[in-house]
Design a protein around this ligand. Structure first.
Ligand code: ADP
Ligand code: MG
Length: 579
C-alpha cells in the first residue's frame, strides 16, 4: 500500500484516544477552557457518568461568532501568541480538546462574547461539522457533549460503569475547583448536587471540598527555596487516611497528578505514618514557567521539572518543619510501654488477671472476646490440644506467643487477628439477616464533603441492613442514628469517612457482595484490639480459640498474615539440632 496522509477525521480520532480517554478527561478539558476564558462561575452537569451527557456552562469571554468554526479545528488555539512553548500561562494550549471531542462524540458549542448581539451555535458530530446558526444564550459559553465515543466504539468498550466514570469526573472537577478557589463551581451528577461553592479563599475552598472537620485539623505551611514557593496545608501524622484521595497538588495554577510530588509527600511522612496509610495535604507550588515543562502528555497533568531534586527537597523540608511543630505531636509516646509482658505458662492459668476495668478495657471490647469469666478459670485447660496452642506470653503488647501440642511456636499479631474476627462476625450476622444494631442515644452528626456524603447516602439502604443507619443532614453532613452493636464503641465519624473513601475508591461496586466485602474490611479496622494493648491471659486464649473457629482467620482484612508458626522441626533445624 502506498503512503498516504491520514484524513483530518482519522487524526482527530487518534488524538481523541489520548486526550479524551474517558468522560473525566472531557470534563477536565471543558472546565479548563472555561477557566482560561476567565469565567467567574462554572457549572458542570453530568448524566450517566458523563457518557450520556456532559454540559459545562461558563460566564467567560465567549467565542466570537466567526471563530466558532476555528475553535473546533485541530491545532487552532487563541492561547499561544508565538511558537515558543516556554511561558505557558493558560491551562490549554494544544488546540486539541474540542476537535477530539467532536470526532468521538456529539459536541454543541453555544457562545456569546460580551458586546456581540446574541449567541451563536455550532455542532460537530463524529467529525461532521454543521453550519454556525444563531441561538439563545447569555454571555459566556455552553459546551454540551453527548454520547461520548459513539463514533469510536472500540474506546466505548473500555469505559467503566457510569458510577465509576461519574466518580472520576467528580475528581477532575474537584481538583480544578481546588486550583481556582476564586471561581464559583457547581457540580451536578444525575440531578444530585455534588458541590456548589461560591468564590472563596483557598482555606475556605479546601474546607468545602475536604470536609470541614478534616480541613480543621490541617496545619498551614509555607516555604521558599530560590525562586520556588510552596504553600498550602498539610495534616499532622495523626490525620492519615486509607487512600491518597485527599491530596491535592497545584503547580503554577494547574492541578496535577504528579508522581514526583506524590512521592515527595510520602517520603516526608514516611517515619510518622503507618505503612499503607496516607497523609492529607493541599499544596500549591509556584515556580518560574521555564523551570517546568507541562507538555509531557496530551492530558497535561504530568510535569517535568528542570530541577527535580530542588522540588523534592522543598516539599520534604517544608513538611518536616511542619511535623516538628508541637501542634503536630499528638501521637502517644512509645517509651512508657514495657517491651516484654511475659507470662509463664505455669502461672497464666491460675493467677486471676486484674479486673478488666482496671486494665482500661471497654466492656464491648471484652464482650467480643467471648465471655472472659468463663475462660479465665477454665478448670480443664487442655489448651495444647488446640491448633494454635496455649498462650504463654505477650510481646511488645502487640504479639501473642503460644505453644501448640506438637511443640510448634505460634506468634499472633493481635490486631490483625482481631480485625478478621470482627469482620467475619459482622459478615455472618449480615448473612443471617440478624445484625445486632445499637441505636445511638444522641445521634452523631458527621461533617463530610458533599460528594462523600452523597456517596454514603446512596448506599444507605443496605448499610442499614448492616446496622449502620444514616440519613442526610444538610449539605455535606450525615446523621448517624445507629451503628452495628459490634462497633458501638468505635469513632463513628472516622468510620464513615473511611467508608466514604472506600466507596470513592471502589466506585460503588455493583454486586452487594463486593460492597459488603469492602465495607466490612473498613469497618472491622475501627473496632479491633489495637496493637499496643496489654491483654490478660484469658483474653489471649479467647482470641486464639476464636481464630480457630473463624473462617479465613489466617490473614487480616488487608491480606496480611495474622499469625506465624514455627514447627518444632523448623526450630530444631534453626538451632542446628538436626541436619
Ligand atoms: P486549547 O484550549 O488548547 O486552545 P481547545 O480545543 O480546548 O484548545 O479550544 C480551542 C479554542 O476554543 C481555545 O483556544 C479558545 O479560543 C476557544 N474556546 C474553547 N472553549 C472556550 C470557552 N469555554 N470560552 C471561550 N473560548 C473557548
Ligand atoms: Mg482547551
Amino acid at each position: 500500500m502506498p503512503i498516504r496522509r491520514l484524513s483530518a477525521l482519522t487524526v482527530n480520532r487518534i488524538a481523541a484516544g489520548e486526550v479524551i480517554e474517558r468522560p473525566a478527561a472531557a470534563v477536565k478539558e471543558l472546565v479548563e477552557n472555561a477557566l482560561d476564558a476567565g469565567a467567574r462561575r462554572i457549572e458542570v452537569i453530568l448524566a450517566g457518568g458523563g457518557i450520556a451527557r456532559i454540559e459545562v456552562i461558563d460566564d467567560g469571554c465567549g467565542i466570537p461568532r466567526d471563530e466558532l468554526t476555528l475553535a473546533i479545528e485541530r491545532h487552532a488555539t487563541s492561547k499561544l501568541s508565538d511558537d515558543s512553548l516556554v511561558r505557558i500561562a493558560t491551562l490549554g494550549f494544544r488546540g486539541e480538546a474540542l476537535p477530539s471531542i467532536g470526532a468521538a462524540a456529539k459536541l454543541t458549542l453555544i457562545s456569546r462574547p460580551a458586546g456581540q448581539d446574541g449567541a451563536y451555535m455550532i455542532k460537530v458530530a463524529g467529525g461532521a461539522v454543521a453550519a454556525v446558526v444563531p441561538s439563545a444564550g447569555t454571555q459566556g459559553t455552553r459546551a454540551i457533549v453527548e454520547d461520548l465515543f459513539y463514533a469510536t466504539p472500540a474506546r466505548r468498550k473500555f469505559l467503566r460503569s457510569p458510577g465509576a466514570e461519574a466518580d472520576a469526573a467528580e475528581r477532575a472537577v474537584w481538583r480544578l475547583a481546588l486550583a481556582a478557589p476564586e471561581v464559583a463551581f457547581r457540580l451536578v451528577s444525575d440531578e444530585r448536587v455534588l458541590f456548589d461553592v461560591a468564590a472563596q479563599s483557598d482555606a475556605a475552598r479546601i474546607a468545602a471540598l475536604f470536609g470541614r472537620e478534616t480541613a480543621g485539623a490541617l496545619l498551614p505551611l509555607e516555604s521558599i527555596r530560590g525562586d520556588m514557593t510552596l504553600e498550602g496545608f498539610a495534616g499532622p501524622a495523626t490525620l492519615s487516611r486509607a487512600t491518597t484521595a485527599l491530596q491535592s497538588f497545584v503547580v503554577n495554577g494547574r492541578p496535577v497528578v504528579d508522581p514526583l510530588l506524590k512521592l515527595a509527600l510520602r517520603l516526608a511522612y514516611r517515619d510518622v505514618i503507618a505503612a499503607g496509610r496516607h497523609p492529607v495535604a493541599a499544596l500549591r507550588l509556584t515556580l518560574p514557567p521555564d523551570a517546568l515543562d507541562v507538555n509531557v502528555h496530551p492530558a497535561k497533568t504530568e510535569l517535568r521539572f528542570a530541577d527535580t531534586n530542588a522540588v523534592r527537597a522543598l516539599v520534604i523540608g517544608a513538611v518536616n518543619r511542619l511535623l516538628a511543630k508541637p501542634a503536630s505531636l499528638t501521637a502517644p509516646s512509645a517509651s512508657h510501654r514495657p517491651l516484654l509482658n511475659l507470662r509463664p505458662a505455669s502461672t497464666a492459668w491460675h493467677t486471676p488477671p486484674p479486673s478488666p476495668a482496671a486494665r482500661g478495657f471497654a466492656e464491648a471490647e471484652l464482650a467480643l472476646l467471648a465471655p472472659p469469666a468463663a475462660r479465665q478459670f477454665d478448670p480443664t485447660p487442655e489448651p495444647q490440644s488446640h491448633p494454635l496452642g496455649a498462650p504463654v506470653a505477650q510481646i511488645l503488647d502487640t504479639y501473642v506467643l503460644a505453644v501448640a501440642a506438637d511443640g510448634a511456636l505460634v506468634i499472633i499479631d493481635q490486631h490483625a487477628a482481631h480485625e478478621r474476627l470482627t469482620e467475619e462476625r459482622l459478615r455472618a450476622e449480615f448473612q443471617a439477616g440478624a445484625v445486632a444494631t445499637q441505636p445511638l442515644l444522641v445521634p452523631v452528626v458527621v461533617d463530610l464533603s458533599p460528594a462523600d456524603a452523597a456517596r454514603l447516602l446512596a448506599q444507605a439502604d443496605w448499610l442499614a441492613r448492616l446496622g449502620l443507619e444514616i440519613e442526610a443532614f444538610g449539605p455535606g453532613a450525615v446523621l448517624v442514628r445507629a451503628v452495628p452493636a459490634a462497633l458501638k464503641n468505635a469513632d463513628s465519624a472516622a468510620m464513615l469517612r473511611d467508608l466514604a473513601e472506600e466507596f470513592a475508591e471502589t466506585g460503588a461496586p455493583v454486586s452487594l457482595e463486593a460492597r459488603l466485602d469492602s465495607a466490612l474490611a473498613r469497618l472491622a479496622c475501627h473496632r479491633s484490639i489495637r496493637a499496643g494493648r496489654r491483654l490478660a491471659p484469658a483474653e489471649m486464649a479467647a482470641l486464639l480459640r476464636d481464630m480457630e473457629a473463624t473462617p479465613r482467620a489466617a490473614t487480616c482484612s488487608h491480606g496480611r498474615p495474622t499469625f506465624l508458626k514455627l514447627s518444632r522441626a523448623e526450630l530444631e533445624t534453626m538451632f542446628g539440632r538436626r541436619g
